[in-house]
Design a protein. Structure first.
Length: 151
């Protein structure tokens, strides 16, 4: 008997598959994704905007988006059934993304004078300034548009 006969084959050639529970689980995840999408879509209606603060609406939409991403990653990308190596990849990436967000968002938010921080004189020299439009240019553009609409 050779060495090859004593060992079981593992890898791409082996036909061992992990059971993932049938189609019902995927249909349930699909329905959950549809309901979550509907929940984020409903935040755009005037009724929602009148009764829920803007920040709470954004926080809800962010939570829904993260939940949807988690469902897709876990079920449709089959990471729920993977070995524990996935944590070696995702935990450091999560920490790095949170760190970058905490470091970069304040810099973006504090680009101009806002009471907490302000531009230095040197930074003002090199900062992009929005173009100022003269009121006469606006009136001329409106006149041209009204002429085009009549033709």
């Amino acid at each position: 008997m050779s060495d090859r006969d004593q060992h079981s084959e593992v890898g791409h050639d082996s036909h061992e598959h992990i059971a993932h529970g049938g189609n019902g689980k995927y249909i349930a995840v699909f329905i959950a994704l549809c309901l979550l999408t509907m929940g984020s879509f409903l935040t755009y209606f005037p009724f929602w905007r009148e009764h829920v603060p803007y920040q709470a609406s954004r926080a809800l939409m962010l939570a829904i988006s993260c939940t949807k991403a988690m469902l897709v990653i876990m079920f449709f990308m089959h990471l729920l059934w993977e070995a524990n190596w996935k944590w070696v990849l995702t935990i450091p990436a999560t920490f790095m993304s949170v760190f970058l967000m905490l470091m970069l968002v304040p810099d973006i938010g504090w680009r101009i004078n806002n009471g907490y921080a302000r531009y230095s004189e040197e930074r003002w020299v090199y900062a992009a300034n929005p173009q100022k439009i003269e009121s006469s240019d606006v009136k001329a553009a409106e006149k041209d548009l009204s002429r085009e609409d009549t033709h």
